[in-house]
Design a protein around this ligand. Sequence first.
Ligand code: GTP
Ligand code: MG
Length: 685
Amino acid sequence: MAAANGNGGNRAAGPRCIALVGPFQSGKTTLLEAILARTGAIQRQGTIEAGTTVGDASKEARHHKMSVDLSVATTTFMGDSYTFVDCPGSVEFIHDMRAALPAVDAAVVVCEADARKMPQLQLIMRELERHNIPRFLFLNKIDKVETKVMEALPILQPASRIPLVLRQLPIWKNDIVSGFVDLALERAFVYKEHAASEVVPLEGEELDREKTARFSMLEKLADHDDELMEQLLEDIPPPRDKVFDDLAKELREGLVVPVLMGVATRTNGVLRLLKALRHEAPGIDTTAKRLGVNGGEPVAYVLKTLNTAHAGKVSVARVLSGQIGDGVTLLSPEREAGRVSGTFKMLGANSEKRGPATAGDTVALGKLDHAVTGDTLSAGKQAPKALIEVRPYPPVLAIAVSAKERKDDVKLGQAMHKLLDEDPSITVVHNAETHEVVMWGQGEMHLRVATERLAERFGVAITTRRPTVGYRETIKKAVQQRGRHKKQSGGHGQFGDVVLDIKPMPRSSGFKFEDKITGGVVPRNYIPSVEEGVIDALKHGPLGFPVVDVCVALVDGSYHTVDSSDMAFRTAGRIGIVEGLPQCAPVLLEPIHLVEIVCPTEATAKMNAILSGRRGQILGFDTREGWDGWDMVRAKMPESEIGDLIIEVRSATAGVGSFVFKFDHMAELTGKTADQIIAARRAAE
Ligand SMILES: Nc1nc2c(ncn2[C@@H]2O[C@H](COP(=O)(O)OP(=O)(O)OP(=O)(O)O)[C@@H](O)[C@H]2O)c(=O)[nH]1
Ligand SMILES: [Mg+2]
C-alpha cells in the first residue's frame, strides 16, 4: 500500500475492538459519537448536553450526564468493521472497563492536560500496562483556552510508565486551535467542523516548529531502532515508510504511547485517530495470541452482560477464534452457559440481528442464561480454561435495601439478581441477625445508580438506609443472681428456680455455659432448658445489643415434682439473666477494623486528618508497592466511622483514593459516643 496516508505495510486484518477509556468526563462518549458520525453509522452527531448520544443511552446515564456502564457500538471505516467500547471514567464504575479490557486490540485513552486528573489517568494506564494493551492517548478538548498542548506532555508523562510520543502539533490562529501538523506525514491540516480537515502548506515558523517536534518524536522511536538512530546521527532523513512502520511496531510492542489530539465535540482530529487505528493498532490475531488462544475451537470472551427490555439477557462477547452463531451451545469453565439465540450488532441501546460472528467480531449473544461477565466461552466439547480473571475491587460503601412493600420482596430478590449479573462490582449480603439486605458497592454514585436501576428499570419500589453497625455489649463485673419462675393458675402450675453465676470472660471468647449442679437440685433433664433461656436472654442485653464474652454457670436451684417443666426452667434461666445483667456493669462493644488506605502521596497528609477525625488510630505510613507517587496508610478504625469514609477519601484524592478493610477486634466504648448509640438504639425499638 502507498505510504501517503501513513499506511504501514503490515496493517492488521479482521474486525477490531477498541476501548475508549480515560479519566472522568474527558470526552469518551462524545468521541464515540464523533467516530460514529464520521464513519456514517449515524447521520447527526448528538451531544451529552442534549442527551442525544448513542452511548450513555440508559436513563441513569442521561440523568447524571456521565457514563455508568459500557456503551458498545460497531461501525465501518474504510471497509473494516470496528467495535468501540466506551468505558465509564468514574473510578466507581471502573469494573466495567477492567472486565472489558482484556479482549480489546487497543485502547484510546481520552484525556485532558489537567494535572488534577493525573492520578485517575495513572490508574487507567496501570490497568492497560498490566494487560499489555497497546494504547494511544487522545488529547481532547484542545479547543479550551486553558489547554496548552506543548505543556501537556510533561503533565501527562508521569502517568505512563512508557514514553509518550507526540504525533501532532496544534496550529493556532488568534488564540484558537485551527488545525494541526502531522509529524509523521509532515503535513499541515486545517480543521473543518464535522468534516475532514483540509491540507494547507506547511511553511515559515510552523515548519520550524514541526522540524523540532518531529526530531524529538524520531529520537524516541530511535531508542528502539538502531538503524533509525544512525540515520538521525548522520542527518539522513529516514524514509516515511520506516517512520510509520516504527510507530506501528513500537505501539504494538508496548514501547511507546503515541499522542494524538482533537476536539471531540467538533469531530476534529477524529479521522486522523481512525487512520492511526487502522494502520497501527494490532488485530485479532495478536489479541488472541496475547490471551493464549491458538485457534481450533470457537472461543469468545464475555465483556459485558446486559438485561435488555426487548431481548432479555444478552452477553456482549468478543469472538477470539472460530465462528459463533445461532443455536451453538457454549460452555464456560464451570458450567454450560447456554445456547446462543440471536447474534446482534450493537449500536448503543439499539441492536440489529446479524449472521454468525467470526474471529474479531464483538457482538451481543442472546439468551446465554448462565454466562457471566469475564467468562471464557467455548463451543468445543470440553469446557475451556479461563483465559483471564478480573476480580472486582473490594466494595467500600454499603446501604441496606428493602422493598417498600412486603409483597415486592420476591421481586426485589429477582431484580437484585439481574443487577448483580450486570455489575459484578456490587455484592449483596444478607445479615441474618438484623434481617437486613445490605448492598455493597464502589461509592456513593455507584450505589445511587444501582438503586435507581432497581426502582426504574426493574420496577421495584425500595427504601434504603444505613446498615446497622454490629455493636455488641459485655459485662465488667460478676454477680450471682437467682431466677425464679412461679405461676399458679388453675390446675397445673409452673415452677422453675435457678441460681446463676454471671461472669465476664476475655474479649472474643464468646459465651460459655457451665453446669455446676450437685445433688440434683435441678434435675439433669431441665438443664439444657436453662441454657436455652440464658442464650435467649443474651440476644438482647440491657443496652439493647447482643451480649458476648460472658460465662454463665448454673450453681443452684430447686424444682417441683408436678409443676416444673422445660418451659418453666427456660423462663427461669431467662429471668436470671434479665435481672442479673444490669448489675454487672454492662458496657458497649464496637467493632474495630484494620483499614488500608491507598492514595496519591500529595493526599497522605489529608488522610491523616481524616483518620484522626474519625477516631482512627494510625498504625503507619508506607509507599505503595509498585505505585510511584502513591502511599499506603494503615489504621485501626471503628466500623461506624468506615460507613461513609470513602466519600471523604475520594473527595480528598480527586476520586482515586480507596481502601480495603477487615475486622480486627471488638473494643469497649464509653462516654458520649456510647450514650448516643445506646439512646439511638432505644429510640429505634
Ligand atoms: N470543549 C469541549 N468539550 C468537550 C469535548 N469533548 C467532550 N466535551 C464535553 O465534556 C463533557 C463530558 O463529555 P463526555 O463525552 O460525557 O465525557 P466522558 O469521558 O464520556 O465522561 P464519563 O464517561 O462520565 O467519564 C460534556 O459536557 C461534553 O460536551 C471537547 O472536545 N471540547
Ligand atoms: Mg462517557
